[in-house]
Design a binder for this molecule. Sequence first.
Ligand code: GLA
Length: 390
Amino acid sequence: MLKIPQFEEIYGRPPRWIVAAPGRVNVIGEHTDYNDGFVLPMAIERYAVMAADVSPAAPPRILVHDSRARDTAQIDVSKPVTKADPRWSNYIRGVVAGFQNRGLTIPSLDISLVSTVPLGGGLSSSAALEVCTATLLETAIGTKLDPVEKALLCQQAEHEFAGVPCGIMDQFISVMGQKDHLLLLDCRSRQTTLVPMNDPSVALLVINTNVKHELSGGEYAERRLQCETAAKILGISSLRDATVETLERARRKMDLFTFHRARHVISEIERTLQTAEAIPNANWPAVGEYMYGSHYSLRDDFEVSCKELDVVVEICRSIGIKGGVYGCRMTGGGFGGSCVALVKAEAADNISNRISTAYKFATAGGETKNGIEATVFSSRPASGANVIKS
Ligand code: GLA
């Protein structure tokens, strides 16, 4: 699964270090992280991997070859690093800048990068790249950051260098994921609880719709604002402190959109906690229902789903528990990307095929005459970032 970057072919010598950081799938708890709520993601067996060595180049610079972009970026680290082209390098630049801001000196480095986290699939390819960069810099400099500080540094890189006002979920799980566990993260206290997920009778399928609707950037920031507005109207610092009852009582003080956005967040926090309780009891039918509930709330109240994601969820619903599907929902920011489904392990291959066929059929017509090919894979919960060679 893990492809080692072709460092030697590019730089003519073997790498000194190899580090990896995973993407993630969020099982439940969507658009709750920036509302101080709970999330329940897991790291997936898809990684950003960097192989690297120091270089004698002076003044110090970082050279990164990205095999996916088939492009090389050069970053001058003799002065404060700022945003620049190529665009993909900004995730790396942002993390380098975060290390510089902590007074750490960055050496000259040659790096080759390979990522198996799909781009635009809602599986946090950018967080994987940021956390991978941070793990490499820790190794090269010989200074290990506290895991929370490391995740926050990567989040800041995303805010300032990629312009995405994301929450803390993606970077936290890429740093702190544990094999065979989901991570229940309290986004207010930043406390984490490992939730074992190693029942061999179930599997999690990731279904990438392979569509990404362009409106995602501005819509995400707009949702954040609407949540903040709702909290302000309720007189609280974040929607974490609201209940369905307090929201209902304030219904007439806000417009319908704001009310719906808040209702999603409040109910999603509740579902996330209920799911974290049901998983250790192997109550899979209940977990499945929370997942469907989450999807419908994201579709109707938060309005971040899209036709293709809804199609996948409805296909899963029609296969049903009898056919081996407990539940399914969109995962990540929305407007395309992936769904996550909880299925009976013995039926996983058959279900993957059924979903792919039905999805292709349902999306045929109009612009996509022959239908869209979904990419379906299953993943066990993986470990967070680690050093493979040092
Ligand atoms: C994106 C963000 C996360 C989170 C999700 C929605 O993935 O990066 O911080 O807000 O959307 O749950």
